[in-house]
Design a protein around this ligand. Sequence first.
Ligand SMILES: Nc1ncnc2c1ncn2[C@@H]1O[C@H](COP(=O)(O)OP(=O)(O)OP(=O)(O)O)[C@@H](O)[C@H]1O
Length: 297
Amino acid sequence: MSKFISIEAIARRYPGKPGSPPTTIFDDLWLSLDRGEFGCVIGHSGCGKTTILNILAGLDAPSEGEVIVDGQAISGTSLDRAVIFQSHALLPWRTVLGNVAFAVSSKWPKWTRSQVAAHAGSFIDLVGLSGSEHKRPSELSGGMKQRVGIARALSITPKILLMDEPFSALDALTRGTLQDEVRRICLETGQTSLLITHDVDEAIYLADKIFLMTNGPGAVLAEVVANPLPKDRTRVDLHRHPDYYPMRNHIVDFLVTRSRTFRDTVPDHDPRKVPVVSPRASVNAPFPNPAAAAVLS
Ligand SMILES: Nc1ncnc2c1ncn2[C@@H]1O[C@H](COP(=O)(O)OP(=O)(O)OP(=O)(O)O)[C@@H](O)[C@H]1O
């Protein structure tokens, strides 16, 4: 079965200094997601996470390779692919309703004003901002601004939702609440999503698949972690699940050690056949324990 999102052999290179070869951020990168899946890319600063997201959004183009979404190679930006940035990028002169309505009328230019307002209003409601429709961004908290960004992205019913560290500028309480909201909405609507984060717990809570990137330049997708935790997990009971610590330890171990040493320790890594692992609790086994990471394919 073909994948809903298929990143195929992409590379991103930047010109080097005069007389030097180009810098390769990554090359021959393959990554895929099924429809309705929530993926998370995690890796150290500079490994190319934002570059991957920008390529998927069409804000950047790969130096080589292509990206297929729903059976079609992408080219440039599209209202099929919505992005939520760390900085919400709202139009400051427009109200909450005006910001969301702007996106809605871009997608459906023939809709009447009242159709646009009703549709935008339902997404403002979805993110819990009813009553604030007529406020301008300067009157909103950081969390509320990010809610507007989420409502705006979801209101155009995109095929894929792309998020670049959308919660990282928020305080812990607001971050947790918005993670809950995004998870609820994505599960309810079957939204295919890709999130960039540095936060291991955020990835474990939200993602079905976590893509582990090695350090750049020359980063590679080393492993895909298939989340073994139940779908009905909640943020508060996450750490009580027996598979939580094996999985968390596996990812932290990767980020602390293997992301640096991967190139030397796995010289025959095949970027087209990236191992999918699902770290689980294993009785009497110290961690890290290779046996705890069941290789699924
Ligand atoms: N226009 C550019 N010219 C040259 N190099 C660039 C350009 N844009 C990005 N880079 C380099 O590409 C690499 C990957 O950048 P990217 O922002 O994708 O990393 P990241 O993993 O998202 O980092 P962070 O976690 O810090 O956001 C970095 O080393 C960056 O310096």
